[in-house]
Design a protein around this ligand. Sequence first.
Ligand code: PMP
Length: 359
Amino acid sequence: MNPLRIFSRAYSTVKVIPTPGITNGFIGAIGNTPLLRLKKLSEETGSDILAKAEFMNPGGSVKDRAALFVVKDAEEKGLIAPGGTVVEGTAGNTGIGLAHVCRAKGYKCVIYMPNTQSQEKIDLLRMLGAEVYPVPAVAFDNPENYNHQAKRHAEKLENAVWTNQFDNTANRRAHIETTGPEIMEQTNGEVDGFVCATGTGGTLAGITRYLKDQKGDNVKVYLADPPGSVLHSYVSTNGKLFERSGSSITEGIGQGRITDNLAPDVKLIDGSFTIPDEETIKMIYRLLDEEGIYVGASSALNVVAAVEMSKKLGKGKKIVTILCDGAYRYQSRLFSRTWLESKKLSTAIPEHLQKYIVL
Ligand code: PMP
């Protein structure tokens, strides 16, 4: 049978993505996301600005891939048996991916997260059956940091694993084995640049490792940081400086240390950018208006960075980045005038895009 379903209408022919046949439930639907060409930005830059639609994963974010890999890793190492509990510290998206994977596999799920994260993520986690503990947002070196609390919680339970996404390199492996190869295949091996922000570093490190293994210096890789993260200062000074300045509206990205996921590949990174929140918020609204794409702040920051990278590499290149998740997860903030004003960001949104501020 022809794997392409073709819907013909009098006015147009729409080709639908090849049907893969039967998929093994939620888990089978993770990955193989489309690579979207962003038309307006590609025209403006003279390069192909290509964005991996990770919001199309079944749990709605790039972190579904890591969630699956860390659970599989725990199973393979015999750290968890049927009926057990997965405990994790997360800004939310890994937790959401884990909550789905745990339901699909019959595990319980316990999530610790900083209480600065959006209500939408907390609500969704609870709706997916996870036990959620929002805790004060303190630094990693404080024993009350959400990750350490998650670890202690798992240690107190029988048949429980702390999946430790920050330093468990099964996270990075998800991107070496899936996202990286997908990008190579979808660009016919012609990817010239890749850029994204990091939380755990799994996405950036895994894709960097795979692309550099395939193409060496023929592909450039950049890191994109929000204000308040130390990685830009680390990368741009060759590891000399860990300078933290400012804070950001972005969730799930920015880092204060070199995680074990990032450590093996950080030397492969060719450069980095810091992207101000004003640019990020404007891009959220531009993507919606110009492309019909409704994504969260880390995705928009990544796209701003892809545009910056196109200026560095020159015209005619293929630059890939990641659309990490949808804006549904943050809409009570990102589309609220009161919230935007409280962050002094409402004026960063151009007049013709103000109509999208509806809350
Ligand atoms: N964007 C969002 C919205 C996230 O939640 C995360 C993960 N915390 C990332 C980007 C970064 O992904 P990674 O952990 O692979 O660096």
